[in-house]
Structure formats: C-alpha cells, structure tokens
Design a protein around this ligand. Structure first.
Ligand code: URA
Length: 236
C-alpha cells in the first residue's frame, strides 16, 4: 500500500535520485519479466484490428511532418507525432505539443513531461515501454487550447496510430484527450475514476500532468487512475 507521503515524494518535482529510487521500489509492481513472462515490449502481438495492412507509424510521422490540413502546419518548428514502443501495452494521449515539444519534435519533454515520466515510472514502465502521443501533432500558438477544426483535421493520425499500436489500455490525459475518445461533451472529472472502452482497448482517463502541476492535491486521484490501469494490465 502506497502512503500519501510516499506518493508525494515520488512525484515531487526535482526529487533527489536516492529517495526517488527508494519510493519507486516501494510502489513498483512485480514486473512481468520478473514473473517469468515476456517484458511488455517483447510480446508477440497479433495484427491490430482496424489498421490498413500498408500503414505504419513511420508513414504517419512523415505525413504529420508535411501536414498542411490546418493553420498549425504553417506555425510549427517540428511536428510531434509521438514516440515509444511499437507494441506497447499502454498508450498515453496528451493534448498538443508545447514550446519544448515543438522545438524537439518529441512529446512531453517539458515540465509536464517530467511529471508524466515519473507517473509512468511509478507504474513500473519506462517511456520506451509505452507509447506517448497527442490529440494534435502541431503546437497551437501560445499553448492555447486546440480548436475544434484543428482536432478534426488531425483526428485521423491518432486514430491510425491507435489501430497500429493496438494497446490494451489507453490513458487520455485531460479533457481534450478524453473528449477525443469518449465524446465532445465529457468533462475529465466526470469520466475519470471509471473504465471506458475504445475499440478493443480499455480507457482510463486521468488528469493532465500540467493540471497536476497546478493542483498537486489532485495527484492522489491520478494515482488511483494509474493503479486502475495497472490492475487492468494484471500488474497489481
Ligand atoms: N502537453 C501535452 O498535452 N502534450 C505534450 O506533448 C506536452 C505537453
């Protein structure tokens, strides 16, 4: 049982390496490979239902890099298609790249990304074992919220990625990702705390890491959601 104090230390910004390791050991589930099962990224995965046989993550990334479907294409430094394991058991979906992500072409590499990386580690995964994507592949100016027409223009990229990745669990981070998956009218506080379905995947919505940085008192609820995801993966 993870106490609140341990959890706070685990997700504390700039936590010293030593205390971080100690806490992580305390919460780390029995990893599949330690139970004699293949590591998550080594599973033999059947062909994903719904993916075009000729489609690939590389093709989607190349299309996003050249995309002019909405106004954001003219503003980007780099498109941020997403990154991670080719056959992840779990996919995290954020809202849109921010300034750091636009500069580097990688998802969740800023402050919110550092917190997401710690959340993923608390579940017993590395970033390389999961997949991290966004609803939008290009940065909205000034980090404003995505506009409905931008979400519609970008929709097919994430849909194709999820079909190829075929995860067991998807974790939408925040309202925009939850709406993308569960319908335009949902709010994150109404959908989190329950398990939903997207195709063959279970969906466990939780708060966006940026929100958790502003409202650290909500981290306990987010940890409950991540534990639900771990239970669905048989890791608890
Ligand atoms: N916030 C997001 O939603 N996505 C990122 O990639 C970074 C910050």
């Amino acid at each position: 049982m993870v106490t609140r104090r341990l959890l706070d230390r685990l997700w504390a910004e700039g936590a010293a390496g030593r205390s971080w390791c100690r806490v992580r050991r305390a919460v780390r589930p029995a990893a599949p490979e330690r139970r004699g099962e293949p590591a998550p990224e080594q599973r033999a995965v059947p062909p994903p239902a719904g993916a075009e046989p000729s489609d690939s993550l590389e093709a989607i990334a190349a299309e996003a890099a050249a995309c002019t479907r909405c106004r954001l294409g003219a503003l980007r430094t780099h498109a941020v298609p997403g990154e991670g394991a080719r056959f992840p058991r779990i996919v995290f979906v954020g809202e849109a790249p921010g300034e750091d992500e636009d500069r580097q072409g990688r998802p969740f590499v800023g402050r919110a990304g550092a917190l997401l990386t710690r959340m993923i580690a608390a579940m017993g995964f590395s970033r390389e074992q999961v997949f991290i994507a966004n609803v939008l592949k290009c940065r909205p100016p000034g980090n404003r919220s995505p506009e409905p027409d931008e979400i519609a223009a970008c929709k097919d990229y994430l849909r194709r990625q999820l079909a190829l990745l075929a995860p067991e669990v998807i974790v939408p981070l925040g309202a925009h990702a939850a709406r993308w998956m569960l319908g335009d009218t949902v709010t994150i506080s109404r959908v989190r705390g329950r398990v939903h379905v997207y195709g063959a995947a279970k969906v466990v919505p939780t708060f966006h890491p940026s929100y958790l940085l502003r409202k650290p008192e909500e981290k306990g609820k987010a940890w409950e959601d991540l534990q639900t995801a771990m239970r669905l993966l048989g890791l608890r």
